[in-house]
Design a protein. Structure first.
Length: 180
């Protein structure tokens, strides 16, 4: 028998001083049985970094033709395609063709570095692609915050991220590998 997704209720308050975006999002997230706490939290950080009223979580990990998060225009075009992890070169190419902007949030330490070394030369032609790496120790600390009912506060300033949950805080310094 297949396992069911675990439902997470998240109140995500975003204070993004870099974009002058201040809003609280109430999210219901289905965590796929094969998804780790680390990946779930990276998904929330990616959402916070791109927060917008039209931004949506998708079926993500269980589908190949959708990103993890996207933002669509009122007419149905994909304005923003957000992928997590280490997508294949083919998937990066297809994503860039389908969307106005693509953001990839890589994580996984040395594995992420090897992935980027392998595909970075083939991504130079994409002017709509941004690749950001999240350090392994940062995402591991984030994973420790995961629980099924969260009130997260995410503050973003000068590219630095502070995530707080109750009395716990995690600081992240994303590394931009490619800017669109």
């Amino acid at each position: 028998m297949a396992q069911n997704a675990t439902i997470y209720k998240v109140e995500l308050s975003v204070s993004d001083m870099d974009r002058h975006y201040y809003e609280t999002h109430k999210l219901t997230i289905a965590k796929h049985p094969s998804e780790t706490d680390e990946r779930l939290m990276v998904r929330l950080i990616a959402f916070a970094l791109n927060a917008h009223e039209a931004l949506e979580m998708t079926k993500g990990i269980s589908t190949d033709d959708e990103p993890d998060i996207w933002q669509k225009s009122l007419s149905g075009e994909i304005d923003l395609w957000i992928a997590l992890g280490l997508p294949s070169e083919k998937l990066v190419r297809q994503s860039c063709a389908k969307s106005k902007k693509v953001a990839i949030y890589a994580y996984g330490g040395r594995t992420a570095n090897m992935w980027w070394d392998k595909i970075k030369n083939s991504t130079t032609r994409f002017n709509n692609l941004q690749v950001v790496n999240l350090k392994e120790e940062d995402t591991a600390a984030l994973a420790q915050l995961a629980n099924r009912a969260m009130k997260l506060q995410v503050n973003i300033q000068d590219g630095e991220i502070m995530v707080s949950l109750d009395d716990q805080m995690v600081y992240l310094t994303p590394e931009v590998w490619k800017n669109d």
